[in-house]
Design a binder for this molecule. Structure first.
Ligand code: MG
Length: 168
C-alpha cells in the first residue's frame, strides 16, 4: 500500500454503479438474478441483468477496481452468455482478496415494464443471499418515466454501496 494511503486504512468506501439496457419482445427478464414474468426483457450479452451489472460496478468502484466491462469483457469467450450472478460472485471474490466486503446496498430501478412492486421482496431476499447481508441492509426502489419515454423502451438501474475494509 502507498504510505500516503495508510491514514485511510479501515475506513468504509462508497461506490456508485449505473446501467441501462434496451428491451425487446421475447427476451427473458432477469432482474437481480430473479426471472420476472414479462413480455419484454433486456437485450445484451449474458442475461443483461441491469441491476446486477450496476451492483457489480458499484462494488468495483468502491474497491477502486475499474468496472465490469474491463474485468469481464464480453469479447472473452469465458464471459459470453454467463448468468450475471457469475459476475457478482467473481466481483465478491476479487473484493475479498482485497479484504473488502459490502455493508449496505441501495438501488433504484427505473422500469416502466415490468412492474417492480410484486417482485421487490424476492429480489431483495435474493440479493441478501448473494451478498451474505441481512435484507434490511439491501434496499430497492422502483421508478417510472411517467409515460415520458420517447425513444426505444429501456430499463436502467442505479446502485450505491458501502464497503468495509478489514485488514487481518
Ligand atoms: Mg449491462
Amino acid at each position: 500500500m502507498n504510505p500516503k494511503e495508510t491514514f485511510l486504512t479501515g475506513l468504509p468506501r462508497i461506490g456508485l454503479g449505473w446501467d441501462l439496457h434496451r428491451l425487446a419482445k421475447g427476451r427473458e427478464c432477469i432482474l437481480g438474478g430473479i426471472e420476472i414474468p414479462c413480455p419484454v426483457g433486456p437485450i445484451g450479452h449474458s442475461d443483461a441483468d441491469v441491476l446486477l451489472h450496476a451492483l457489480c460496478d458499484a462494488l468495483l468502484g468502491a474497491a477502486g477496481m475499474d468496472d465490469l466491462g474491463t474485468l469481464f469483457p464480453d469479447t472473452e469467450s469465458q464471459w459470453q452468455g454467463v448468468p450475471s450472478t457469475r459476475f457478482l460472485e467473481e466481483t465478491l471474490r476479487l473484493l475479498k482478496q482485497q479484504g473488502l466486503r459490502p455493508l449496505s446496498v441501495d438501488a433504484v430501478l427505473r422500469c416502466d415494464r415490468p412492474k417492480l412492486q410484486p417482485h421487490r421482496r424476492a429480489i431483495r431476499e435474493h440479493l441478501s443471499q448473494l451478498l451474505s447481508l441481512p435484507v434490511s441492509r439491501i434496499n430497492l426502489k422502483g421508478k417510472t418515466l411517467e409515460g415520458s419515454q420517447t425513444g426505444p423502451e429501456t430499463l436502467e438501474a442505479q446502485v450505491i454501496v458501502l464497503l468495509e475494509e478489514r485488514r487481518e
